[in-house]
Design a protein around this ligand. Structure first.
Ligand code: AP5
Length: 216
């Protein structure tokens, strides 16, 4: 079960990938999460990525492709996965195709989560997270019991620096210019499935499970 979740920022890739992977017992690989962890720990990769991420721009292809290549070599992709946030450019999609061809792997489905720009801005301006346990909250969809405080450990909730409205607008522009062309790439490969991702989180999860479980 090898899947890619595609879609603009805030389309729900992370939310859904986490649930689908837990249900199917496969790996959830979010390049954004790996990069944020590296920024937090001050690694060389994190220092390279930080400026791009804070501006809402993409980290250079060779950095990201190298990261995925390491995971492939370590066997982390051997038992099924959802790639969340990768590939994000045509060169990344081509590099993945070549890496997989050399390792007898393939993508079963690339699933596009389609949402409008207004919905993206609304979701990301309401997103908060706990820096201690990483729990996610969203105003008004998923509020903490006490405003600004994590339900689990009482930490003060934070916003991602790239969720400021001007950065979100740039992330949307970057998505349209650099990432949207990979939709055609996967359509040509005959593995693309598109879903409307503006209903409830539960309804979208059910739809994704139906699609992915066919490959079990
Ligand atoms: P990344 O972390 O991948 O950010 P993104 O793609 O912009 O995605 P988000 O995490 O913002 O959104 P999502 O689609 O996962 O939605 P989520 O489930 O969180 O990347 C960050 C940065 O890292 C990039 O800008 C780039 O700099 C760099 N990077 C990463 N990968 C790279 C690559 N391959 N190449 C180069 N650079 C790379 O949901 C969002 C909010 O909406 C949440 O609060 C959630 O609760 C809520 N929500 C979700 N679904 C619903 C729903 N159905 N209804 C109502 N609310 C909902």
């Amino acid at each position: 079960m090898n899947f890619i979740f595609l879609g603009p920022p805030g389309s729900g890739k992370g939310t859904q990938a986490k649930r689908v992977c837990s249900e199917l017992d496969i790996l959830h690989l979010s390049t954004g999460d790996v990069l944020r962890e590296n920024v937090k720990n001050g690694t060389e990769l994190g220092m390279t990525a930080k400026t791009y991420m804070e501006a809402g721009d993409l980290v250079p292809d060779e950095v990201i492709v190298g990261m995925i290549e390491d995971k492939l070599k370590n066997g982390e992709l051997d038992n099924g996965f959802v790639l969340d946030g990768f590939p994000r450019t045509v060169p990344q999609a081509e590099a993945l195709k070549e890496m997989f061809a050399n390792n007898n792997k393939s993508i079963d489905r690339a699933i596009l989560l389609d949402v409008s720009d207004e919905e993206v801005v609304k979701r990301l301006s309401g997103r908060f997270y706990c820096p201690t346990c990483n729990a996610g909250y969203n105003y008004p969809a998923k509020m903490p019991k006490v405003e600004g405080v994590c339900d689990s450990d009482g930490s003060k909730l934070l916003r991602r620096p790239d969720d400021e409205e001007d950065v979100v607008r740039n992330r949307l522009d970057v998505y349209k210019k650099q990432t949207e062309p990979i939709v055609a790439f996967y359509r040509n490969e005959s593995v693309l499935t598109e879903i409307k991702a503006e209903g409830s989180i539960d309804a979208i999860f059910d739809e994704l499970l139906k699609i992915t479980k066919e490959f079990k």
